[in-house]
Design a protein. Structure first.
Length: 479
């Protein structure tokens, strides 16, 4: 398992490392040395012979001056572009040590590699003025771009304002920064690697699950088992729309659960007969003992928002003792009629909102939610005692204490119905007795992996959610 750190966590880790006896200048030398190696490798791989370091006046710029000095002393054709007038103490010292060329204006010469050492983690607002001109230069120079720590302009939440460096690769110093694997960071950072420069992190960052972590939840099955060994999942869906119910149930069938029940309302029942022969199909009229006997229930997909659904949700929350997954119109119904009903639950609850659904739940603008996706999701999960999957290109998963950022996914999943697939898959994993947070991480990872595999086979435009389901076995086999 990897961990991804916020900028503030890294500032505290830097301070703790320095307080423990490692001078800040030494950390800058280590960072610059790692950056020099990365730039030299990029120059070799791209078959180019020169590099330009674009340095600011802060510590990110200091890393650049160190790297430029090391490469210059090794005989490489290196220049530095620096328009800063004020410098941090360490950056000023490293600038003095660098004896090569320092440009005071944007050059017309073209370079093979351009290195972004402008701001790193040292920015919390959109880039303006001279900084904007430098970012525009980097993005328009036509060179291979290496970013030091973070692409300049990328905010901590992973959102890239209009002015942000678009790097081909990013070298994150000390630890993985979570901005690099969230939202726009995935597109702005390019290939991400981490340089170990000896920074000691006392706190743990957000979990980033890998295949080995997911694999632990899918152990080799014993021969002497039966369907009852793997739990019963109930998909309580449909009502307004039928497709969501079938997608959720189809994904659940691939999850490894022993039983998949599909409960739909009378208008959908006749059309559902024979669609998925492997599911236990029944009409839904009320919350009854058969539904409550399920190990996991997933509800709300395609149901439509209504006061009657809110009554059913209240009944489930009070009477059910398993794991309840709430998605789609279950979430919209809670937003419309009150989330306080979650406080009366007898079961474990997982909510799977996309950003707009989550914004409705918390009563905030969507932009405000996305500006602090980790903080908002964690606060709501803690407040209501639930697990939240805040879905996005890189979903945030939290139970109010633990936080994870899912690393898998593809634009191929940007289709209506992908969330229904996630809910069904999640229900099946929970039915086997996997704890909510772990199940949420595993289901998100597998959905993302299936999307990646579908895109590899079909391109990013063509796959629909039925293709995602079709590639779930390949995602599991990849473990």
């Amino acid at each position: 398992m990897k961990y991804a750190f916020s900028n503030e966590q890294m500032r505290r880790a830097d301070a703790a490392t320095i307080a423990a006896g490692t001078p800040s200048a030494e950390l800058m030398e280590r960072a610059g040395s790692a950056l020099a190696r990365a730039v030299a490798k990029a120059m070799e791989q791209k078959g180019v012979s020169d590099a330009l370091f674009v340095c600011g006046g802060g510590n990110n710029g200091g890393d650049g001056f160190v790297a430029a000095r090391i490469l210059s002393e090794a005989g490489e054709d290196v220049s530095v572009l620096c328009l800063a007038e004020k410098f941090s103490p360490d950056c000023a010292a490293m600038r003095e040590k660098y004896r090569g060329e320092v440009l005071g204006r944007i050059p017309r010469r073209r370079y093979g590699v351009v290195v972004d050492c402008l701001f790193g983690t040292g920015i919390s607002r959109p880039v303006e003025g001279e900084g904007k001109a430098l970012v525009d230069f980097i993005n328009g120079c036509g060179a291979y771009v290496v970013a030091c720590d973070l692409p300049s302009g990328l905010l901590e939440c992973g959102i890239a304002p209009e002015v942000c460096v678009r790097a081909d690769e990013t070298l994150s110093m000390g630890q993985l920064k979570r901005a690099l694997i969230m939202a726009d960071g995935v597109d702005c950072a390019g290939k991400v690697s981490v340089a170990d420069i000896g920074i000691y992190a006392e706190e743990r960052g957000a979990e980033v699950w890998e295949a080995a972590d997911v694999k632990k939840l899918f152990p080799k099955r014993l021969s002497n088992t039966h369907k009852g060994s793997y739990g019963a999942a109930c998909i309580l869906a449909g009502g307004a729309y039928s497709g969501a119910a079938f997608l959720a149930a189809g994904a659940c069938l691939k999850s490894g659960a022993g039983y998949t029940k599909l409960c739909v309302t009378e208008p959908l029942f006749s059309g559902a007969v024979g669609k998925l022969p492997a599911v236990i199909l029944r009409k839904f009229t009320a919350i009854d003992g058969d539904i409550l006997a399920s190990d996991c229930i997933a509800a709300g997909m395609g149901a439509g928002v209504s006061e009657q659904l809110y009554v059913h949700l209240a009944q489930l929350l009070e009477a059910y003792t398993g794991t309840l997954v709430l998605d789609a119109d279950a979430l919209n119904t809670l937003a419309a009629y009150g989330t306080e009903v979650l406080d009366k639950k007898s079961c474990k609850v997982i909510l799977t909102p996309h950003p707009k659904e989550f914004a409705r739940l918390v009563g905030k603008p969507c932009a405000e939610v996305l500006a602090d996706a980790v903080g908002e999701a964690k606060a709501f999960a803690a407040l209501r005692g639930v697990t939240v999957i805040l879905k996005n290109n890189r979903s945030v998963i939290t139970d109010g204490e633990r936080v994870a950022i899912n690393p898998t996914g593809s634009p191929a999943l940007a289709k209506g119905g992908s969330g229904d697939v996630l809910s069904g898959l999640l229900a099946g994993i929970c039915a086997r007795g996997v704890a909510p947070f772990d199940a949420a991480c595993a289901a998100s990872w597998l959905l993302g992996k299936a999307g990646e595999l579908a895109a590899q086979a079909m391109g990013e435009y063509a796959p629909d959610p039925t293709d995602t389901i079709r590639f779930l076995p390949d995602a599991m086999r990849s473990l």
